[in-house]
Design a binder for this molecule. Structure first.
Ligand code: SME
Length: 160
């Protein structure tokens, strides 16, 4: 019974991404305003994937500044190397955090956040944008999220 439920959930997440990512690509194609596109992507992810919090941080000088997002209010600025987002920026790599309490230096914007995935987008080899997705459940992100959300970051990189 429990096993059936897990399989059903697994299929559902995969199917949601497979349906949603092409729709997002169609939504942003032909629009050259990055803020408008990021705002629609955040809304599409929030309502398409039922994420607790999803949003973007833009690299501005030596820090990350909050961009379009959906969910509870969040930290406005994050220094390079700080928290999960600042670490993803500094290392230019995706980070999956199964339990935020076990990530040294995690920045708690909401005490309800329990796990998260953070992904960078690059232009000319430099990170210019971070996508952060938070869940109110532990261990809510895995390799499927990484694969599909990294595809999304490649779509975003082509926008600028
Ligand atoms: N938890 C993030 C901060 C951003 S909020 O979760 C929206 C971090 O540690 O970088």
């Amino acid at each position: 019974m429990a096993e059936e439920l897990i399989i059903a959930n697994e299929a559902s997440k995969e199917e949601k991404y497979k349906s949603l990512i092409p729709q997002i690509e169609a939504l942003v194609t032909g629009e050259d305003d990055l803020t408008a596109n990021l705002a629609n992507i955040a809304a599409a992810l929030k309502y398409g994937m039922d994420f607790f919090w999803v949003g973007f941080y833009q690299v501005k000088n030596d820090e990350l500044v909050l961009g379009p997002f959906q969910g509870p209010i969040a930290c406005t600025r994050i220094m390079k190397g700080k928290g999960v987002c600042g670490t993803s920026w500094a290392n230019a790599e995706t980070i999956i955090v199964p339990n935020v309490d076990e990530f040294p230096g995690h920045i708690a914007c909401s005490s309800d956040s329990k796990s998260e995935i953070v992904l960078p987008a690059k232009k000319d080899g430099e990170v210019f944008l971070i996508l952060d997705v938070d869940s109110d459940q532990l261990c809510d992100f895995d390799e499927r999220d990484r694969i599909h959300l990294e595809k999304l970051m490649r779509i975003i990189e082509k926008l600028i």
